[in-house]
Design a protein around this ligand. Sequence first.
Ligand code: TMP
Ligand code: MG
Length: 328
Amino acid sequence: MIYHIPWIHTPVRTVLAIWNQLTKTEIPELAKCSVLMRERGRVEETIHSMQRAGAGSLQVISDFDMTLTRFAHNGRRVPTTHNILINRLLISEDCTQKLKVLLNTYYPIEIDPSRSVEEKLPLMVEWWTKVHELLIQQRIRKDLLAQAVNESGTMLRDGYKSFFDRLAEQQIPLLIFSAGVGDVLEEVIRQNQVFHPNVNIISNYMDFDPTGALQAFKGLLIHTFNKREGALSHAAGLKNLQGRPNVLLLGDSLGDLTMADGVSEHQNILTIGFLNDQVEERKESYINSFDIVLVKDETLDVPNAILSYITSSRDKKNIIMQYEDELL
Ligand code: TMP
Ligand code: MG
């Protein structure tokens, strides 16, 4: 038996080496120079493990603004769900100016790598609270939201259709967790024809009075850095997410990393971070925080390639596992 041990281990190692090479050829998107990873080996192991468990064990949790939507197009910023509301159909010129001043004041704080989350937190509450108060004063009309979205120039990232459609076909739940405006978000995905039944949304929803005018926002305020509270109070209760211990998480802010905190008994969490803005200043913290960082990538190519791999036929996996079992 002693003589057999090295003989047994060599082929197993060979099989595992071939397996890793297969990943590289099967997910070539991970070799793009815009893809950064702190521990490539661990990412590959996690993806393998998720593939072995199959689509039935997977859930996807994603941020919305600047994650599922593009950051910019032809050199112009693509509007967030809040910024879609900056339309004369819905708000006055005076309110528009005030919202822009707030954006120019607080967005740089949101993405400032030299400030701690603790320092940012009260300032984010201040920003969202001021914006929501202004929007309520405008008594925004529910029946005009669809037109405002249509006129806004909002854009989902390239490859969005495959992303949403594959998840729906495979019955993989997609939880969109957004500090934006839920009603606007819904309208964006509805107009892009990807509001499928597997989509759940946690966001700031508008409360309209009987005439259809905005009178308040519902529930707990969600801003960029309190998604953990939302995850624990809302996501944990979503029945279709239970029994799915593998999570693919997409975000563009470090605050998005807490969106999976409501997932109990998780096995693998693979996090993908879009680094859209202030790239050099934030690169290091993103690489240290997300498993995969996508630098100025306006597409969903990498998440799509990973999803395609995880949900692909399990034949190859079965052959290799069978081979491993025979050798062991
Ligand atoms: P998200 O959680 O879907 O990314 O939405 C939050 C983003 O919305 C955040 O990055 C900042 C942005 N935002 C605006 O663009 N305008 C606003 O008025 C507010 C309050 C937030
Ligand atoms: Mg975002």
